[in-house]
Write a protein that binds this ligand. Structure first.
Ligand code: SF4
Ligand code: SF4
Length: 414
């Protein structure tokens, strides 16, 4: 690069640029390499790429080329295949680089700005349906009222002793027939104590490919309803196991449920995590998941093992996912939860949207998307995330943030 010449500078289209007042980050989404700078001139250079008149390409004039920091930065972008320069003499007509834009659900804005607008298309966005079918359960787990707020788990729903009636479930399934559902979850209470369980299992047969049942291991040990444990899609029968648990109970649980189920181990500390791993190895379990549980006393465990680190954030993230993170929350987008009393939520830790006994699914989805606090659209817009270069690269907010009552569950900005 010669200081006496002029150059066009551009960034490759697969590079995501995160530009904040004090810092800029370039992320090559093809190989996860990054380049950061807190230098004011570099920030100004990258800002100029976004100026509408520049159309994604900026002219490196003398002023820029006097700065060693700018020269070094440009060299690094070239080495990492993030950006390049073109000699002005060879192309005097300004080149154009298209900046990314994403269009979701045709356009969310018309729905959000017109109060009377009914977005029929919203049924096309319904991906996941979770039905809490009952509250009956003979067990008395200490954390019954907490587990389900952090991950999918049964609960007695404040001991209300109610059931989501079978005709209401039928109404829900009928009204979502046109939706591209890819996941249905059936959770209790103890689902084996649901009054019309045989009828429900028959009714759900057409959905078996993407249907999951959730049962606590204590209820597996006393299971009466063999139809569930002989469920064809064994992997989608989730058996939740918390600690302490005796070796005998583990053995019986795996024997009754069968090794083909998915075992969900709930862990509060590193000892429980190691124990869960030893069970997985000893019984050669093929399908399992580890669910960290925050009990207000294990913050260190969470900081060391659950909170996100800089290297985890960038590893493997795609350009499309970053663009989605700007517009929607993909943890909640397309999800609804129906509680045993018919009340509907988009997230277990949020207030109810309405009730399926009185409103249609379409009405409820419209209420959700038009709410200012819609979980479907909840992105990292609050401090400190909104000032962080990883704002849209970080995974979307989840139930854990609600439990901790903070948005930055990370070791980047503690
Ligand atoms: S098995 Fe589930 S519903 Fe029953 S007490 Fe335990 S957590 Fe609650
Ligand atoms: S502050 Fe927020 S956006 Fe930044 S790394 Fe932490 S969680 Fe992610």
């Amino acid at each position: 690069m010669e200081k006496s010449k002029k150059y066009w500078f551009y960034i490759e289209p697969y590079v995501y640029i995160s530009l904040k007042e004090q810092e800029v980050l370039l992320l090559n989404t093809l190989d996860s390499s990054t380049e950061k700078s807190i230098d004011k001139e570099v920030i100004a250079l990258i800002s100029s790429i976004f100026e509408p008149k520049n159309c994604g390409v900026t002219l490196l004039n003398e002023q820029y080329l006097q700065s060693d920091k700018i020269i070094q930065f440009i060299k690094k972008t070239q080495e990492k295949y993030m950006g390049d320069i073109i000699e002005y003499q060879t192309i005097k007509q300004k080149p154009i680089q298209l900046l990314p834009y994403i269009n979701i659900q045709n356009d969310i804005k018309p729905i959000k700005t017109n109060k009377n607008f009914v977005g029929d298309n919203l049924l096309n966005d319904l991906r996941e349906l979770t039905l809490y079918i009952n509250t009956k359960c003979k067990q008395s787990c200490q954390n019954c009222n907490s587990y389900y707020k952090q991950f999918r788990h049964c609960n007695k729903y404040e001991n209300k002793n109610i059931e989501l009636k079978i005709d209401l479930i039928k109404k829900i399934l009928d009204s979502t027939k046109t939706s591209p559902l890819s996941q249905i979850n059936i959770i209790g209470g103890d689902i084996t104590r649901y009054n019309d369980l045989s009828l429900l299992i028959r009714m759900l047969k057409p959905y078996e490919e993407f249907l999951s049942y959730y049962i606590q291991y204590r209820n597996i040990l006393n299971i009466q309803h063999k139809a569930l444990i002989s469920y064809k899609n064994k992997k989608q029968l989730f058996v939740c196991i918390d600690f302490p648990i005796s070796e005998l109970d583990i053995n019986s649980c795996i024997n009754v449920a069968g090794k083909g189920c998915t075992f969900s181990f709930i862990v509060k500390d590193i000892k429980e995590y190691i124990y869960a791993q030893s069970i997985i190895e000893k019984y050669s379990l093929d399908f399992y998941q580890i669910m960290p549980f925050f009990n207000n006393k294990n913050i260190t465990f969470f900081k060391n093992n659950v909170f996100i680190n800089e290297s985890d954030i960038i590893e493997g993230i795609t350009f499309e996912q970053i663009m989605l993170n700007k517009k929607i929350n993909s943890n909640f987008w397309g999800n609804i939860l129906v509680m045993p009393d018919g009340s509907v939520k988009s997230c277990i830790n949020e207030s109810v949207i309405g009730n399926i006994k009185e409103q249609s699914i379409l009405e409820l989805l419209n209420i959700e998307i038009n709410k200012s606090s819609s979980m479907w659209l909840k992105t990292r817009e609050e401090k400190p995330c909104c000032d962080c270069i990883y704002q849209h690269i970080c995974p979307p907010l989840s139930n854990y943030e609600a439990i901790f009552n903070k948005t930055n569950l990370c070791n980047v900005i503690p």
